[in-house]
Design a protein around this ligand. Structure first.
Ligand code: SAH
Length: 204
């Protein structure tokens, strides 16, 4: 899988190493394990999916910018799902805060991440549209669900020098939006089209 990501143009060696370190098959149903290393999203229950590896790699590469071998300090993930990307992020940041609005998936991620003793991952059950103020500011924010716009709370919780990557609805599709915060404000750029599950407010 990682060799394929490299061939597809992912250049960030730290992201590739992080993805090599996390066995994706452990985050999907055993019936789907034989497809775990294909470049495809897979169902994880409750109409949600584990994101496609190439999109995970691309988003993390965009979020890291040109940091070389450096670790990020604090990263916020919106949409834990089964916890796969959170496990990858654990190799890239000193603290990972990951918020999920569906209790059943939050619990599942907790269970799946337990054997890893990833003590730098904090799983939060809540509405990620609000971010997670207690650990802000974040030098990286990554959303795994696409909304109509980037919630103001995420911008407020982004550190100066930080980078946010999120799918945003654009007509009948979604695009990856990168927001970089500098001491003068926010710089926004749009990247490739993607297809994520919808960002929804509230918890269930
Ligand atoms: N990060 C996962 C992808 C999970 S799919 C991976 O590693 O593959 C996206 C998840 O976002 C779903 O579980 C969905 O329930 C969740 N989600 C959608 N809106 C949300 C919100 N407002 N707050 C938190 N989670 C949200």
């Amino acid at each position: 899988m990682v060799e394929r990501l490299r061939a597809q143009g992912i250049r960030d060696e730290k992201v590739l190493a992080a993805m090599l370190a996390v066995p994706r098959h452990l985050f999907v149903d055993t019936a789907l394990a034989n497809q775990a290393y294909e470049d495809t999203a897979l169902p994880i229950g409750l109409q949600q999916t584990i994101s496609k590896p190439s999109v995970v790699a691309r988003m993390l590469e965009l979020m890291r910018g040109n940091r070389g071998d450096a670790m990020l300090q604090r990263v916020l993930e919106i949409g834990t799902g089964c916890g796969y990307q959170a496990a990858v992020l654990a190799h890239l940041a000193r603290l990972v805060v990951s918020v999920e609005r569906l209790k059943a998936l939050h619990d599942k991620a907790r269970e799946l991440l337990a054997p890893w003793r990833a003590d730098n991952v904090r799983l939060v059950y809540g509405d990620g549209m609000l971010g997670h103020p207690p650990n802000a500011p974040y030098d990286g924010i990554v959303a795994a669900a696409g909304g109509e716009a980037i919630p103001q709370a995420w911008l407020d919780q982004l550190a100066v020098g930080g980078r946010l990557v999120a799918p945003v609805v654009r007509g009948s599709t979604q695009v990856l939006v990168l927001v970089e915060r500098n001491d003068r404000g926010f710089v926004r750029s749009e990247h490739e089209a993607v297809h994520f599950v919808p960002l929804k407010s509230g918890t269930t």
